[in-house]
Design a protein. Structure first.
Length: 368
């Protein structure tokens, strides 16, 4: 009996028959959005924040960037991986047309709405801070991510449905066997190294509206789908190697920060990025694959928080930065103002049926 429970065939059968909601993936989405919010708040406390369109504090906090530098090589790629995983589950009970309709409503519509109705708000706050004349300016802004995701769905969904249709084929079984081996992680890392060597991004972590960000996202979206499609054997392999992956990630981060600096070879940055992502996926699957009231609240809130956070971040910066208080307290206050404003808005949005759809929410809270 012990042998049967651990057999690859039974593991795959259990994985396929459950088609369960992967709560660890929901948690990772929430955590990734939370890290994004913290990261964007931290930019306002860097001396160069104003040069990339943020509202800078007059009291820089340079030490804050050390943990942010650890995050910036994997936080956005992680979101792309998680988005690809989400498509796997979204297509289980849908046809190709149904999936495109659902993704149009959940991704394309919020992107267009946000570009014309939400991003102009934080641009107005930004112009107010710099004493510029108020002007309505529409722009993708931080919502570029949604445009990328929608394009990936259009491009890759035919392949995904083909794989789903031939799930029992020998080719798919060989594919799953490959992904049950640590060799698969090497292959994935090599693909991302090739992307970086071809595109030559400077810096590597410049994702927004760049060719590097687009192609890295496309690869991460594809492999995210593949990781879930591969079945439970892949995830058990990740868990087995989780500590080694974490050691590699921490070691390469230390080399990047304290030895190579800005001269870090791009292939080392890619390996570090992938090691962080693999270890986060592994620890998440082992420890976060459970539901709860906190997740039930935060999971549907994450999308509206992402769409709205730049407006409340800029507004909080305008209010807090003039205060003569320690920089650490400024950071906490701006972070709390941003999160509080987003969650308060979410409480309003979720109660207005016609408004929910513009923020990527289901029309009914319990709809599939």
């Amino acid at each position: 009996m012990q042998k049967a429970v651990g057999s690859p065939c039974l593991l795959q059968t259990l994985y396929n028959t459950k088609k369960m909601r992967r709560y660890d993936i929901d948690w990772l989405r929430v955590i990734a959005i939370g890290l994004l919010l913290i990261y964007h708040v931290a930019i306002g406390f860097q001396s160069w924040g104003g040069m990339i369109g943020f509202i800078p504090s007059t009291k820089p906090w340079a030490a804050l960037w050390t943990p942010m530098a650890m995050l910036n090589v994997w936080r956005i790629p992680l979101l792309f991986f998680v988005s690809g995983m989400g498509v796997y589950f979204a297509m289980q009970q849908r046809t190709w047309k149904q999936l495109l309709t659902e993704r149009t409503l959940r991704i394309a519509l919020p992107f267009v709405f946000g570009m014309f109705a939400i991003v102009p708000l934080h641009i107005l706050v930004w112009r107010y801070y710099y004493n510029m004349e108020p002007r309505y300016i529409y722009d993708p802004g931080h919502l570029w991510f949604l445009a990328n995701i929608f394009i990936y769905v259009l491009v890759l969904s035919p392949l995904f449905f083909y794989l789903k249709k031939h799930e029992g084929s020998k080719a798919v079984q060989r594919f799953r066997t490959l992904f049950s081996s640590p060799f698969a992680l090497v292959v994935v890392a090599l693909v991302f190294i090739a992307e970086a060597l071809i595109i030559k991004p400077i810096p590597y972590e410049l994702y927004a509206m760049t060719g590097h960000g687009f192609f890295l996202g496309l690869l991460a979206f594809f492999f995210g789908f593949c990781f879930v499609f591969s079945g439970e054997r892949f995830w058990q392999m990740l868990i087995t190697w989780r500590w080694m992956l974490l050691v590699i990630a921490v070691g390469l981060f230390a080399l990047r920060m304290y030895y190579f600096g800005l001269q870090t070879p791009v292939y080392l940055i890619v390996i570090e990025s992938q090691a962080w992502i693999f270890s986060v996926l592994a620890f998440g699957h082992k420890h976060l694959n459970r539901n709860g009231k906190v997740l039930q609240y935060l999971s549907p809130a994450a999308y509206p928080v992402y769409i709205l956070h730049m407006f409340f971040l800029f507004l909080g910066s305008v209010i807090v930065f003039p205060l003569e208080i320690p920089v650490q307290l400024q950071f906490v206050l701006v972070l709390l103002f941003t999160l509080g404003g987003c969650l308060l808005s979410y409480e309003i949005i979720k109660r207005i049926k016609w408004l929910r759809i513009f923020f990527g929410m289901k029309l009914r809270a319990n709809s599939a």
